[in-house]
Design a protein around this ligand. Sequence first.
Ligand SMILES: Cc1cc2nc3c(=O)[nH]c(=O)nc-3n(C[C@H](O)[C@H](O)[C@H](O)COP(=O)(O)OP(=O)(O)OC[C@H]3O[C@@H](n4cnc5c(N)ncnc54)[C@H](O)[C@@H]3O)c2cc1C
Length: 420
Amino acid sequence: MPINPTTGLDFSPAVGDMPLTPLQAELLAKAHALGRDKFAARAAQWDREASFPFANYDDLREAGFLKLCVPVSHGGLGADYATYMMVAAEVGRFCGATALTWNMHICSTMWTGVLADGIPMSETERSEHAARRELHFQRIVNDGAVYAQPFSEGSAAAAGKAPFGTTAKKVDGGWLINGRKIFASLSGAADFYGVLCTEDKGDEHPDARDTLYISVPATAEGFAISGEWDPLGMRGTVSRNLAFKDVFVSDAEQLMPRGIYFKGAQTWPAMFFTLSPTYLGIANAAYDFTVQYLRGEVPGEPPVKRRMYPTKQIAVAQMRIQLENMRSIFARAIQDAKPNPSKDEKMRLYAAHYSVMEGANDIARLAIRTCGGQSMMKHLPLERLYRDSRCGALMLPWTAELILDRMGRETLYESGEKDD
Ligand SMILES: Cc1cc2nc3c(=O)[nH]c(=O)nc-3n(C[C@H](O)[C@H](O)[C@H](O)COP(=O)(O)OP(=O)(O)OC[C@H]3O[C@@H](n4cnc5c(N)ncnc54)[C@H](O)[C@@H]3O)c2cc1C
């Protein structure tokens, strides 16, 4: 494809064509090349074995992508929120499991970086945070460390409706962590687990405002990984169970000062939208495959053309309309993202998340129906894209159901309003 004058790229990025900064164009080109040349061919293996994409992480590390959102002043690439979201969609286009797990790692740098910068803190909290995140950024920049982000517990906590059952009790020089997590992507692959837990203040009243964000080294005593991992899709995420039994971590492992995570979740709702670019990437992949397949241009397949049938043409048009809608609302939401969005901005954000998570599976479903039986064989990527795409709407705290729930309630009730 010739260079597009709007983007400066010789391909159409998963996020769609739009004016890009030089850094965005450079990172998108790098992500596209990595995905096309390396990740795409490996994706079937992680899926078949339900194994972690270590080789992709070596490539991400080498490309500097583990430190993508670490500020330049700390040795990172200094990508902002919108830039990360565009690049993540490009990675998701070639390997969903890599993009989704990379998101967990990136969040550990965004929550401590850009998110924390937008949350009011006292001077003491700000300087405590600056010192601690320095250590955490250096692990990533100097040692190539990988962070996981376990918050799910199988209770109402991950939906934001109850305090986390995993607790941290203050002891001399650090914290004692107890509890368990489920669905911890990067289990066994991460060097550190950024755990969300509730401060145990010794009373019987755990409070979500006392949520702590603490990093547990994979080598910590009392930390264990268990459980089978054999799911429908996103099999390369290896999201198993974690147990913490009197795990001691030093004060330096506190990734945010006390009380700041809770404020952050309220101030920066777009942080939960970071799960969606993976699925925008998958939707692009299903669309790209369908066009190639109907044109008889899939490498290694007989060059049978199916494009002359009007029903195929209509289906491709429907897929493209849905993809363009998803790209547009996604692009608007990442440009709008900021602390304390207006009510309308928040509604658009919810709508964007819902549209991408449900839309990806709609596009993958149409792709299989349109391409037909031979297209869903295991040696082709479409059936994997279909299975992977089904997982997006299940991710807490913003499952498709909970988005509908929030949107309806927040539309009809202003903050604090009740019926008599
Ligand atoms: C591939 C994959 C990777 C994942 N990786 C991670 C990870 O790295 N870290 C992590 O912390 N989690 C991760 N998760 C977990 C994910 O975010 C959800 O926590 C998990 O899918 C919830 O499953 P559940 O069956 O426990 O949900 P349940 O809590 O049983 O809820 C089932 C459904 O009910 C609805 N629901 C839940 N609570 C409420 C409520 N209070 N009110 C109304 N409706 C409600 C929701 O729509 C939800 O989908 C991952 C999940 C998948 C599928």
